[in-house]
Ligand binder design. Structure first.
Ligand SMILES: NC(=O)c1ccc[n+]([C@@H]2O[C@H](COP(=O)([O-])OP(=O)(O)OC[C@H]3O[C@@H](n4cnc5c(N)ncnc54)[C@H](OP(=O)(O)O)[C@@H]3O)[C@@H](O)[C@H]2O)c1
Length: 279
């Protein structure tokens, strides 16, 4: 019998590539995203062979409807792969509390809500696998990506407790920590409303966000990541953390654990901001 996986954020970027790899590996993929509410979604050739269901991870009613519809397709959920995410770029000083809330609500609480739908089913099955997409930013901060970094750090801490609680029920939890990968959509990379040209951080912000954009658009192959995640789900024991990143990003994480904090922050800052104009 084919195993069933629910994939959130499957309309774009790493969620899409992971869903495609799982389908190609023989999983029954139940794919969720807000844009799957549109009839046009069914015409996208890359989504062929998947069950597409509308899903907004910030909306409890949408999540309940997704669970019911998914269970009518398959009575099991062998795995839940959580990729839905977004970011709002901005300085700590000017990113609005509502913008922090929006990012936390999608990236962190969205995962909490989805887990709460899947866990009772997995507990009854006495088996299940949960993969949550964190990021290198779940391990270290970078300038002007603060709301996103906070949400990914929240996921990292939460996942540790989740895994410890779920051991007796045969449920395995894995954090995927991607470095930069191409194919993420600009639609989910918003600029904070406070980040005008008049911002005292305007010059540093421009430099850092250009670098962030450059690194992502020249990032690693998303298909390769998708296949790695599919292979991981086939293993008898999944690792708790799986970093999928370029050698320099592995190095950045290693230095973060070894170097004194101030030195590490100086190096990271100078990577993103070269010659800041003082205002
Ligand atoms: N790309 C990278 O370099 C990278 C690096 C590290 C970590 N990640 C993580 O990988 C995941 C995918 O990111 P990406 O950049 O590859 O893809 P992306 O192109 O940014 O796609 C984001 C996905 O999330 C969905 N989404 C957004 N808000 C949602 C909501 N409220 N409810 C349901 N779905 C929602 C979008 O679909 P709809 O708009 O159709 O709902 C879309 O499918 C994220 O968790 C991201 O943090 C990515």
């Amino acid at each position: 019998m084919r195993k069933t996986v629910w994939v959130t954020g499957a309309s774009s970027g790493l969620g899409l590539h992971t869903a495609m790899a799982l389908r190609d590996a023989g999983w029954q993929v139940i794919a969720g995203a807000r844009s799957f509410a549109s009839e046009d979604a069914g015409k996208r050739p890359e989504l062929a062979g998947m069950q597409l269901l509308p899903l907004d991870v910030t909306d409890p009613e949408s999540i309940t409807a997704f669970r019911k519809a998914a269970l009518s397709v398959s009575g099991r959920v062998d795995a839940l792969v959580q990729c839905a995410g977004m970011l709002v770029l901005g300085s700590c000083e000017e990113t609005r509390p509502e913008e922090f809330l929006r990012v936390m609500n999608t990236n962190f609480l969205g995962m909490v809500r989805m887990n709460q739908e899947a866990l009772p089913l997995m507990r009854k099955q006495r088996a299940g696998r949960i993969i949550m997409f964190s990021s290198i930013n779940g391990l270290l901060g970078i300038p002007f990506q603060n709301a996103y970094t906070a949400s990914k750090h929240a996921i990292e801490g939460y996942a540790e407790g989740l895994q410890m609680e779920k051991v007796p029920y045969g449920i395995q939890v894995t954090l995927i920590e991607p470095g930069d990968h191409r194919s993420g959509s600009d639609r989910y990379r918003l600029h904070g409303e406070g980040m005008s040209d008049g911002s005292p951080y305007a010059d540093a912000y421009r430099q850092a966000t250009e670098k962030i954009h450059h690194d992502e658009s020249h990032g690693s192959d998303p298909d390769r990541l998708g296949r790695k995640v599919a292979r991981l789900l086939d293993r008898r024991r999944m690792p708790f953390r799986k970093r999928i990143a370029s050698p320099d990003q592995h190095l950045a994480v290693w230095l973060h654990t070894c170097l004194p904090d101030r030195l590490n922050q100086r190096i990271l800052r100078s990577y993103y901001i070269k010659n800041e104009k003082k205002t």
